[in-house]
Write a protein that binds this ligand. Structure first.
Ligand SMILES: O=P(O)(O)OC(CO)CO
Ligand SMILES: [Mg+2]
Ligand SMILES: [Mg+2]
Length: 285
């Protein structure tokens, strides 16, 4: 049977690639930096331009679809997930990296129907890596299947995390306390790419065993949550409960802008996506 959303997914991949080109070109120019929730929560005109490019191109092709976009929400648009087909867009995940030309910057496009992620596209545009996942069909990077790490011993693991944009000393103390607890397990190492979407794609790729962060937003996670789960990983909140509902819009459904959950990934109990289903996935290279 034809895949109902294949056209939309192809459009998302093309839109992410075009957006990535805009981001790369913008790196050659001066980047005017503005701030949002704090002096270290950065945004640029390129974030806004790329989001509009993606949304306009989708509207032309799928006029009835809805959107949740990071910069649209920052400009006052509602952040509410319904059952309607909805594109969840983070035009630049890793704006701070972009501002500093630190080489991990992603365009993230997730697509939800009936509050369930149908596909996710994360384009790591400076690495030229196109991560894709279609629900039930596996996760891929440049067309190659992804598989989370099989490591079961946390002492032989690398854990990714980020520091967020809250510099309140009490918040930073809590963050450092968690960081210390994890580091001293001990683990092999801790890393952070500076973008939630790429950190999650690193989990999906099996390069790091887990990633946690407090206070991510739905647009940071929507696309990459499916990439992780289709690569055999799981997404949990701080109590170990399934956090996919938050990652794919649980908080958006309630109108909140922030997911406010921690996400930890590891290999799921379920068997990996069968290779016959993987082979149905198109090569998006
Ligand atoms: O660069 P952005 O989109 O603000 O996202 C940050 C977290 O909010 C990095 O993941
Ligand atoms: Mg982001
Ligand atoms: Mg962003």
């Amino acid at each position: 049977m034809a895949d109902l959303w294949q056209n939309a997914m192809d459009h998302a991949v093309a839109a992410a690639r075009r957006a990535g080109q805009v981001v790369r070109e913008a790196l050659l120019d001066d980047r005017k930096v503005m701030t949002k929730s704090s002096s270290v929560d950065l945004v640029t005109q390129t974030d806004q331009k790329v989001e509009q490019l993606i949304i306009q191109s989708v509207k032309e092709k799928f006029p009835t679809h809805r959107f949740i976009g990071e910069e649209s929400v920052a400009a006052g648009e509602p952040c509410i997930l319904t059952d309607d087909p909805t594109w969840i867009v983070d035009p630049i995940d890793g704006t701070t990296n972009f501002v500093h030309a630190f080489p991990f910057v992603a365009v993230s496009i997730g697509f939800s129907v009936n509050k369930q992620m149908e596909f996710g596209v994360v384009f790591s545009c400076l690495e030229d890596k196109m991560f894709t996942a279609r629900r039930g069909s596996g996760a891929f990077c440049n067309g190659e299947p992804l598989q989370v790490s099989g490591q079961k011993d946390i002492q032989r693991s690398i854990i990714a995390t980020e520091f967020g944009s809250n510099r309140d000393p009490e918040v930073v103390d809590k963050m450092f306390s968690s960081l210390r607890n994890v580091l001293c397990i001990p683990v092999h190492g801790m890393r952070g790419a500076g973008t939630a979407a790429i950190n999650m794609c690193l989990v999906a790729s099996g390069c790091v065993e887990a990633y946690y962060e407090i206070g991510m937003h739905v647009w940071d996670l929507a696309a990459s949550s499916l990439i992780v789960s289709e690569a055999g990983g799981v997404l949990m909140d701080v109590e170990g409960k399934d956090a996919r509902a938050s990652a794919d819009g649980g908080d958006a459904r309630r109108g909140a802008k922030s997911v406010r959950c921690a996400c930890v990934f590891r290999r799921s109990g379920r068997s990996d996506v069968p290779t016959d289903r993987r082979s149905q996935q198109q090569n998006h290279r």
